[in-house]
Design a protein. Structure first.
Lengths: 118, 846
């Protein structure tokens, strides 16, 4: 894990955009995936939220949350080891990854309570 | 290129003193007069032109708004006919959004950014010029539709099928689609060069985390334009093809879907709101520290908030479509995302408040407008969160509540900061101060008039008054509110007239401004007032966020030529090319001088636009060819060309010219252009898969009409060409140019082969493009591939010729690397097209 984080060069400003790009990819995946699932295999309305569609969307969301949370932690730790420009980059990246993580948590919450395709 | 007949040594420059240096720089950078003023490419002049033109369109849009309010002031009015009313409301929104808000803010950015980051111009000056002319011509064409009483009348968002030929048979929709697309060339041009300029031309030492916040905001705005505008360009092309030729992209009977238009429009339209807001917020973040007399609280927080806003704003578009029948779960995703975007906005508001709280704010005229912004925008933001809630959204959908919210966000979020910024930077434009008393009258009338108009409009909306209605009956409970709104709107207009009067009069009667009159911290105030064409005599090393606070003597030493690049004897327009992260100098960027080509190209494009409007397609084709020739001729005058930089000599110790390296700004400009292109391509793929998945009458044939063998052969030719080009570029990196010209000709030939085979595949497919959207969208995809392949072949051919002329080679290796990016992009998109259009239908079937 630590080696992977080192390889990611978490003080590079590219991380300003990676977290939110992942958020966007997650968002398009759940929105598009939901639309395609409803077109191809719409679940019966009486199933409520206990459908394969909800389950898959939830799994995708949990994976996104795990990745983003790990990157948040990585950037936060990296910021402590640097000064100046690199510290600034890592801290801002940590904040952006944290926002992206919470953004997935918040926007994914309806998956737990709303049945699909209705 | 201007040649100055003096000794070409830096020592020579310094011995002759700053006045001689100023004179020499003026000779190189100065603007011509008379007819040749049309050739000017300088950012200061063009930024001003953008802003003045934007203000003219603002007046037009304002007059249209007054007409609307006059019509709605009383029930059962017949001040205007319903047809004219529809044209007036549509054009009010269109003019304000496309011809005022964006060009005005881009104009301000074009004017300010080089001065703030310590550069002498934007990195692609001819692109600035092209952008301006496209904006001007597109705006004139669109506005002329009002004179002809043929203006678009389907609302500023042009929803299909209302805007389709069945319900809008006149030319109105065509004016909108073609005019706006023309204007969008301008927006994209500015977007591309602002990104590259901010990333690659900051002065020495200005690392990313030392960059002025305004530059961060403009960087985000420009990138959002680059990504956000192409979906609308695609939508406009598709709708114009449907109207002109009958390709049924948005017609259900032909396998299309009108909701696709809404997706494409709002994929652009919602980020557009933030494209307008971010630069305005940038003005606020610049002004508040100056008038609070202390650095901004939480620079990093603001940077994070800017980045979050620019991303999340792309995930909200469906909240404009909550009533079209989207599943509840999907609505909930967009509802949540719409609430999320309030977080970065709130971060900025709290940062501004904290800065004011901890500083000693001086309530000068610009700050009045900032305070007005804070009040109005926060209210608009709160109603935005209300609209993010699906049930409330359904309740007030298409009512005046939405109109009121939109104006709170756009006028509060853009117009108030803009006026604050104009007042703040006015001394820089003119060297004079505005009138405080006239300015305060202007502010209070505008502020009170605005709230009188739009606060009341919330209630009108909550009482159920729909938007875009031409008239209403008395007794609905709306009479008094509409009358108050209309009266207030005239008070607001009086305020705006006062502001404009103040600005106009100050050029003649304003008190001369002392240097840096607001005690600002940023580098633009190191300019002379009004600024020179080259901004700075010498370019300083900047390692602080507040250069003028930390070194108040900096403007003097810069003007005295005591910093870098204080050389003019070479006759080139030069500035630093720096590392985007650290601000370390990498190369000297030499810029092109004044040129007729941007004007000529824009004129040819205007001919294309008018020909398409009048259905003179052969003339339109000629216009396209002529425009392409002008643009290619423009590209010819680069690198080692005699009009660019035939002599690569630089002062001892200075880095090389960018055209003599493999890392010039053109490479970055091409990358950003391809980002816009990629956004267009992804929008196209979205359209293809959307119709395939959702359209109720989608008809996929049993077997794909496209020859997979033919497409594969075309792809192989394209890939082979790209591979050869990569090899040649690798050689140039090692300064080896053996066989470069022949290689380029071979690549061009392979491009021609790809185009020929793709054309054969297209012709042999016998597509029924007016009968099914399936065939029509395939045609668009193949045309995309053909155009890209054709341009790739032409660019390679030109490179071969340039090698022969000695403009490209081991001594000037830069350009093939730029062309290689284009080819790389072509390879990727071509194979994706093959997969999406020819392979997937075979695998999945209909």
């Amino acid at each position: 894990m630590a080696t992977t984080m080192q390889r990611l060069q978490l003080t590079h400003p590219l991380h300003f955009v990676i977290g939110l790009t992942l958020w966007c990819i997650w968002f398009v995946t759940v929105y598009g995936g939901h639309a395609v699932a409803c077109a191809v295999v719409p679940p019966a309305p009486e199933q409520g939220v206990f459908t394969l569609v909800n389950a898959l969307l939830l799994v995708v969301s949990l994976v996104a949350i795990a990745i983003l949370a790990a990157l948040t932690l990585g950037c936060y730790r990296m910021a402590k080891h640097h000064q100046g420009r690199r510290r600034f980059n890592a801290r801002v990246s940590a904040g952006l990854y944290l926002f992206s993580t919470l953004g997935v948590v918040f926007a994914a919450m309806p998956i737990l309570g709303i049945p699909p395709c209705l | 290129m201007t040649t100055i007949n003096r000794e070409a040594t830096p020592e020579g420059d310094n011995i002759k003193g700053p006045h001689q240096l100023h004179s020499d720089l003026h000779e190189i950078w100065g603007n011509p007069r008379g007819l040749k003023a049309l050739t000017i490419v300088n950012h200061t002049t063009l930024g001003l032109r953008f802003m003045v033109t934007g203000m003219v369109f603002f007046l037009l849009g304002g007059i249209l708004a007054m007409l609307v309010r006059t019509q709605l002031a009383l029930p059962d009015q017949d001040f205007m006919s319903p047809d004219i009313y529809n044209q007036v409301t549509t054009m009010h929104g269109t003019v304000m959004m496309f011809l005022f808000a964006i060009p005005m803010l881009e104009g301000l950015a074009i004017y300010m950014i080089p001065k703030m980051i310590g550069a002498r111009d934007l990195v692609c000056p001819r692109l600035t010029s092209l952008g301006y002319w496209c904006y001007l011509f597109g705006g004139i064409i669109l506005s002329f539709s009002l004179v002809l009483e043929m203006a678009p009348d389907s609302g500023w968002f042009m929803y299909t099928p209302l805007s389709s030929s069945e319900y809008s048979p006149g030319l109105g929709s065509d004016f909108w689609l073609l005019g706006i697309t023309f204007v969008e060339i301008s927006a994209l041009s500015a977007g591309v060069e602002l990104v590259v300029s901010i990333l690659r031309t900051r002065t020495q030492g200005m690392a990313l985390h030392k960059m002025p916040l305004f530059a961060w905001y403009i960087l985000a705005m420009a990138l959002m334009i680059v990504v956000g505008f192409p979906p609308l360009i695609l939508g406009s092309i598709l709708l114009e093809l449907e109207r002109a030729v009958g390709m049924p992209f948005f017609e259900v009977a032909g396998g299309g879907d009108p909701i696709l238009w809404q997706h494409l429009f709002w994929l652009f339209g919602h980020p557009e709101v933030y494209i307008i807001f971010l630069p305005a917020a940038g003005i606020v973040s610049t002004l508040i520290p100056v008038f609070a007399g202390r650095p901004i609280v939480g620079y990093g927080w603001v940077v994070a908030a800017i980045i979050i806003t620019s991303f999340i704003s792309f995930g909200l578009w469906v909240h404009h479509m909550f009533t079209v029948g989207i599943p509840q779960l999907a609505q909930a995703f967009f509802s949540a995302a719409s609430m999320l975007v309030a977080v970065p906005t709130a971060i900025q508001v709290f940062v501004w408040l904290a800065t004011l709280w901890l500083g000693k704010p001086k309530m000068k005229l610009p700050m009045l407008w900032v305070m007005g912004f804070l009040i109005i925008f926060v209210c608009g933001g709160l109603t935005g969160v209300m609209l993010a809630l699906v049930p409330f959204n359904w309740q007030v959908h298409d009512t005046h509540f939405v109109v009121a919210h939109m104006h709170y966000v756009l006028v509060g979020g853009m117009f108030f900061p803009l006026i604050a910024g104009l007042y703040y930077w006015l001394p820089l434009f003119s060297g004079r101060m505005p009138s405080e008393s006239l300015g305060k009258w202007g502010f209070w009338l505008t502020f009170l008039g605005f709230n009188g108009t739009f606060l009341i409009m919330h209630w009108t909306g909550l009482l159920g008054m729909p938007r875009r209605v031409y008239s209403y009956e008395t007794g609905m409970g709306w009479d008094i509110f509409n009358l108050l709104s209309s009266m207030s709107s005239f008070i607001m207009s009086a305020g705006i007239v006062m502001v404009l009067l103040d600005i106009a009069l100050h050029f003649r009667f304003g008190k001369p401004a002392k240097h840096n009159p607001w005690n600002a911290y940023s580098l633009e105030w190191a300019n002379s007032m009004p600024p020179s064409a080259y901004n700075f005599v010498s370019l300083p090393t900047i390692e602080t966020r507040h250069p003028l606070w930390d070194d108040p003597d900096l403007p003097r030493t810069m003007a005295a030529g005591q910093h870098s690049l204080a050389i003019a004897t070479h006759g080139r327009r030069e500035m630093w090319g720096t590392d985007p992260l650290t601000g370390k100098v990498r190369e000297i960027i030499h810029l092109p001088g004044n040129s007729w080509w941007p004007l000529f190209a824009a004129m040819a494009l205007a001919v294309v636009c008018i020909s398409l409007l009048t259905r003179l397609y052969p003339l339109a084709l000629i216009g396209v060819i002529v425009a392409a020739l002008f643009l290619l001729r423009w590209s010819w005058e680069n690198g080692a060309h005699p009009k660019a930089a035939p002599d690569a000599e630089v002062a001892p110790g200075d880095p090389p010219l960018h055209s003599r390296t493999m890392d010039g700004p053109g490479l970055w400009a091409m990358s950003i252009t391809l980002l816009a292109n990629g956004s267009f391509f992804l929008s196209y793929l979205f359209g293809w898969f959307y119709l395939w998945t959702v359209s109720p009458e989608w008809r996929m044939p049993e077997t794909s009409p496209l020859s997979l063998v033919g497409l594969t052969l075309a792809g192989v030719a394209l890939t082979a060409g790209a591979a050869i080009l990569e090899k040649l570029v690798r050689g140039l990196r090692q300064r080896k140019d053996a066989g470069l010209a022949v290689g380029m000709y071979c690549i061009s030939a392979l491009g021609v082969v790809q185009v020929a085979i793709t054309l054969w595949v297209l012709l042999s497919a016998n597509l029924a493009v007016t009968e099914t959207s399936h065939d029509a969208i395939i045609l668009v995809g193949l045309m995309y591939a053909l155009l890209h392949g054709g341009l790739g072949a032409v660019l390679a051919l030109l490179q071969g010729l340039r090698v022969g002329y000695g403009y490209v080679g081991a001594h000037a290796p830069f350009e093939p690397a730029v062309v290689a990016q284009w080819w790389r992009y072509n390879v990727v998109t071509f194979w994706i097209l093959v997969g999406a259009l020819a392979v997937l239908p075979r695998v999945i079937g209909s």
